[in-house]
Ligand binder design. Sequence first.
Ligand code: NAG
Ligand code: NAG
Ligand code: CA
Ligand code: CA
Length: 303
Amino acid sequence: GCIHWTAWLLVKKLKKLISCTQMVLISGGEFLMGTDNPGIPADGEGPQRLVHVDSFYMDIQEVTNQQFQSFVNATGYISEAEKFGDSFVFEGILSESVKNQITQAVAAAPWWLPVKGANWRHPDGPDSNITDRLDHPVLHVSWADAFTYCTWANRRLPTEAEWEYACRGGLEDRLYPWGNKLNPKGQHYANLWQGDFPNHNSAEDGYIKTSPVMSFPANGFGLYDMVGNAWEWTSDWWTVHHTTDPQHNPTGPPSGTDKVKKGGSYMCHKSYCYRYRCAARSQNTPDSAASNLGFRCVSQGHR
Ligand SMILES: *[C@@H]1O[C@H](CO)[C@@H](O)[C@H](O)[C@H]1NC(C)=O
Ligand SMILES: *[C@@H]1O[C@H](CO)[C@@H](O)[C@H](O)[C@H]1NC(C)=O
Ligand SMILES: [Ca+2]
Ligand SMILES: [Ca+2]
């Protein structure tokens, strides 16, 4: 009986190890959040302010398709994009046949098309799938989808302050998780857009769309893809007004209409989306989903 029991425990433990993302301890401390030299002032990147965050653990990678699939398999969860029946897909990754059926909907950003049947299982539209992309970040997840996943995994979404502290990787007042140069020694440190947005993606970094998580170097805290690849939801409601008073574990406004997302994505180019900086930020309504938006989780304790 005893051997049996031990073997069963071991299997359980192994299964957990396989399905759970590795986390790293982010030791709490003070940092300068935001910037006094905003790349996009309208986004509320400034003013720079002193913020303290307590220690927490963070997923070293974006949540992958495979991990989200484990969650869905275990719970039967249906994502919001699946309920709504559509999601936004960048026109550059749609097949011609799907593109031809769509009338454009976002006047200010005509490259975003609402696509019927696009969801996390079909990231580039109904005729695509995740079979060859199980290790890529899950996409087309709403804020509620991300929140529900993290809760299921005994985790939670990071606050914007936690996310930005983690992004900076211990460096002070730098643009990127690795420093101030976008491509030190000619190397790419994140999956971004090279070429002319939105018409030509030269993919100098090796990827036109998402990359497998951890394809680029980690930052000083051992975190991958903090900028680029997929945008990442945070728990904060959006505001562009910030106090300069020192803050302790700030959690953002008590309510709002949009949630904060951080880090930019494989679609970001300096010409129109200079948001692959740690201080950069953007927002979406919590029910939004898109082909460049994902998340990662944090927790107070290690699992
Ligand atoms: C989820 O279930 C499907 C269908 O049974 C299976 O093919 C897939 O491998 C499962 N995924 C995970 C991550 O367990
Ligand atoms: C997934 O997509 C690939 C290529 O896009 C295709 O060859 C394959 O048949 C698809 N798989 C499923 C299960 O639809
Ligand atoms: Ca790229
Ligand atoms: Ca990212």
